[in-house]
Design a protein around this ligand. Sequence first.
Ligand SMILES: Cc1cc2nc3c(=O)[nH]c(=O)nc-3n(C[C@H](O)[C@H](O)[C@H](O)COP(=O)(O)OP(=O)(O)OC[C@H]3O[C@@H](n4cnc5c(N)ncnc54)[C@H](O)[C@@H]3O)c2cc1C
Length: 387
Amino acid sequence: MDAKTSQTQGRTADEHSHLVRPAEMEWQKTRFPGCEAKTLLFDKKTGLMTALMRFEPGAVLPDHEHVKIEQTYVLEGKLVDREGPASGLEAGQGEFVWREPGSRHSAWCPEGGLMLAEDAAGLEWLRRKSAMERRWGIESHVLGANELRSLAPALSEHMAGADLVPAEGYGDPLRGTMAVLQQAQRAGARLLRGAEVQSIERNAAAWHVQTTKGLVIAGRVVNAAGPWAAQLGRMVGLELPVTGTVQQVIVTEPAPPMMKHLIALANRHLSLKQQASGGFLVGGGWFGGFDPASGRTHNLRRNIEGNLWVCARVLPVLRSLSFVRTWTGINPAIDRAPILGEAPGLPGFFNAVSANGYTLGPIIGRITADAVRGESVNAHYRLERFG
Ligand SMILES: Cc1cc2nc3c(=O)[nH]c(=O)nc-3n(C[C@H](O)[C@H](O)[C@H](O)COP(=O)(O)OP(=O)(O)OC[C@H]3O[C@@H](n4cnc5c(N)ncnc54)[C@H](O)[C@@H]3O)c2cc1C
């Protein structure tokens, strides 16, 4: 019930009560990737705000300060203070945390990745994997069957356990790639879209790159053509041991939210995640087909069936879902490591090629930028390792 004060005197209930319907509001992006908000109340004068926040798994709200008191009630999932004085403080579903004025912290959603084991041998392998991760400073926990069931109840009860790595996660490549592109443009990158490189020649101190949209002259060139990197290498007389493999991915119809982790399996090919839309994305390195005459890729029915068979062992609900589409793409195939750094005997010509270009993209970008500026690249990643 509203109490009448002198300011509200004479106003109707409609005027001083403000009904907000969050279900009808759109999630608004914040400036932090993966963090979205629905603002329920915002008072410009005092900065008072009440908002629903939604974090994608692994999303981080970087170090920030609250001038006034902050109150958080966790509706679903888990929120952890990663840095600052409250580091490690964890609030779970139905819990409430409040912070005094002036508190600093960075908060994140630690759903992470689960690699599952189907039997004792698989779990033993995961224990060794987890020990290695911890040796390299990566947080990793081996979970038994019961712990796994309470953490992710949608998974099959036949799983023997899992390795949980909270820092693992997944991103939306469409949104992620566009975000990186926009940042690059903001930092001064210029694009020449739809320009096919036809030849690359050394001309005195510069590289002349002939494209279908004209000549580009540059002191340094980075070959980042993925599965086609060998073709570009040949333009400068370089033999790159890079080929391509066709991989396929399956998407199911939307289902109610039930899986927040990125799921993999210790002894079989599987990668599984539930998207914000509710659909499951199923993959894990199952091959598609390739037609050398046309250069086109296509799905292979037997591999769709195999992939779904593995997936249903892990997530039984999949048996009752229809899959709505599949697609293929070509992935660079090298040995197990990327090829980075300046090519031997070709000053100013760099390679940046990786079979895990999505996961490793940021670090490969960093190493390549440093290499272009003259820093050395670890011998494990250089072309010279092939002898
Ligand atoms: C189905 C599938 C699932 C995957 N899942 C994962 C995953 O979960 N995690 C992960 O880390 N990785 C994953 N990958 C691998 C990842 O997508 C690749 O490693 C990554 O895309 C490589 O990035 P890139 O920029 O080096 O090459 P690409 O993305 O292949 O880009 C190369 C670009 O070079 C262009 N190009 C080629 N020749 C020329 C030319 N002559 N002139 C001009 N341009 C040219 C091409 O058009 C293309 O745009 C997956 C791949 C596939 C196919």
